[in-house]
Design a protein around this ligand. Structure first.
Ligand SMILES: [Fe+2]
Ligand SMILES: [Fe+2]
Length: 197
């Protein structure tokens, strides 16, 4: 029994260490983005039916960093600042979706370019890897080209895993708005969704 509880304590300790490391990296390289009006707005816009753009973003950033730390243990180095800025900005272009895009298809294809524009506004000098992450994060969906960097592949993978979690676990901040959820499900069931005029 003692060995089991010592093992559990060790797992708890490692989890806390990883959480702290993630928080430190997010604060060190992403504080301007985290404190921006856009990020505040992101927590008010529904995303993936049951979550918000903000919480999805948080999940993507956390998962991306967890992958980077795992790779680091295999002596595969990654660009942590680029992963932080890229993952935090990757979907900010989707804000105001209903007013901006005529269809879900248009939203899928164009929001990476719009996210890049938001990132240029929030980050002084946008490194190539950050640009690559944002531009190609929809890969392998939405006709997106594959990322040209390991960091881009990491964030694309984390994005898909986070999307599944958004659908399953939903929002932790506030209960999902039932009306919006029902509407989104109805819209998704139609192949040619069009914005209501
Ligand atoms: Fe996206
Ligand atoms: Fe995303």
């Amino acid at each position: 029994m003692k060995i089991v509880s010592a093992g559990k304590a060790r797992i708890r300790e490692l989890r806390k260490k990883k959480k702290d490391k993630i928080r430190n990296d997010l604060e060190a390289y992403g504080s301007e983005i985290l404190n921006s009006d856009e990020m505040r707005e992101a927590f008010g816009q529904t995303h993936h039916t049951r979550s918000t753009v903000g919480e999805h973003t948080q999940r993507v950033a956390e998962k991306s960093l967890a992958i980077c730390y795992a790779l680091d243990r295999l002596h595969i180095r990654t660009d942590i600042p680029a992963v932080v800025t890229g993952s935090l900005c990757h979907d900010l272009g989707i804000l105001g979706r209903d007013e901006k895009y005529e269809s879900e298809r248009e939203c899928y294809r164009h929001h990476p370019v719009d996210s890049l524009e938001v990132a240029r506004k929030l980050v002084d000098i946008l490194p190539d890897k950050t640009r690559d992450i944002i531009e190609h994060h929809m890969w392998p969906t939405a006709g997106s080209k594959a990322p040209g960097s390991l960091e881009g592949i990491i964030v694309s993978a984390a994005d898909k895993a986070a999307a599944v979690e958004d659908f399953i676990r939903g929002s932790k901040v506030k209960p999902a708005d039932l009306k919006t959820t029902v509407r989104t499900i109805a819209e998704r069931s139609s192949l040619s969704w069009k914005k209501k005029k």
